[in-house]
Design a protein around this ligand. Sequence first.
Ligand code: PMP
Length: 423
Amino acid sequence: MSAMSPAPRRRASLVDSPLLDVEKIRQDFPILRREVRGKPLVYLDSAATSQKPQAVIDALVRYYTTENSNVHRGIHLLSEEATQEYEGARTKVQAFLNASSPQEIVFVRGTTEGINLVAGSYGRQNLREGDEIIISAMEHHSNIVPWQILCQEKGARLRVIPMNDSGELLLEEYERMLGPRTRLVAVVHVSNSLGTINPVEEIIRLAHRQGVPVLIDGAQAAPHLPLDVRKLDCDFYVFSGHKILGPTGIGVLYGKASLLDSMPPYQGGGDMIKSVTFEKTVYNDIPYRFEAGTPHIAGAIGLGAAIDYLSAIGLDRVAAYEHQLLEYGTERLSQIRGLRIIGTAREKAAVLSFVLDGIHPHDIGTVLDSEGIAIRTGHHCTQPVMARFGIPATARASLAFYNTKQEIDVLVRGIDKVFEVFS
Ligand code: PMP
């Protein structure tokens, strides 16, 4: 089998988008200047983790160089400055999500911890035997397993919204599932393995009609789409800093103040209390009630810098540019004989998952790596998605606003090479 990948009809230049000055943007990301295996790095794995602009790296260095100190407790200047920066980052996240108040922003380790927090606190408090939680067929394991653990503990039941062959959720089925036993709906905004952008506004509206709260896993949406939690009217929204240009180990749980306020702590320790005696502990107000122990101060500050950087470009422009890239990539990959794109929803973010006839995705990844192209292969922590499509794994190129059409051309040439090697 050989790949048929004709040259693009028009020549793609590095900077051929009036939307963004991508060449200038790329200069902000020092890692994009490095070579991998003697070739210029083509980084197409942003869904796993994004690269970091110099502004974020500088914010981390500045914090550790000039302000390093613990927050909330110190009377000295450094602690005051660190606290100001940490709380300033919370306000930046609030503005980024258009939340009503900084109280609604809880710093966590990432999406995974945010979901576990809601399951362990809200879920534990509100679920009884026979109750139901609705998730979808395209959830990341981190939006499946915490609910399974909770259901097991409570004798509750997990229900799953099915999807069609394009990777779109069947909303009629979802509507039928919603009922008097439903206690929570937890759905991914953008699928990491298929790229589907789910109609979360409609999903939330339908749940609210029944008085059911909704958690949205925004790990893959926050880096790519303008967000407004008040417009969405979601009850919880979670995302990871490292996927939106920030550091690892920091993430955000947004929760409506009324809900967070009604929830018991998730972990106990310093900072989450007002007073402690051996007889009785009084818990702190939100959001501190959910931030036990010394937080990831540098991480929050780095995330704040990432949000500043991204907001200066504008998520509208990011989304529009990435959509152009996705359309170009989809067109080019569709021309390759023996390649099948997995995930062809009408509403998609910049994820190109694919399989090649007779070639294991890991072999695709290895050959592409030898060309300096970083993609991800495997089940992408969505084994049920792989089972739904009857495949063990996919190769996934995931794009960001610092990618170019030229890099997609390099990917296409790399896939040609994969066919050559394995034909
Ligand atoms: N949900 C989705 C949709 C994701 O893509 C990911 C990360 N791949 C997660 C949750 C988990 O994020 P983290 O590992 O940063 O907690």
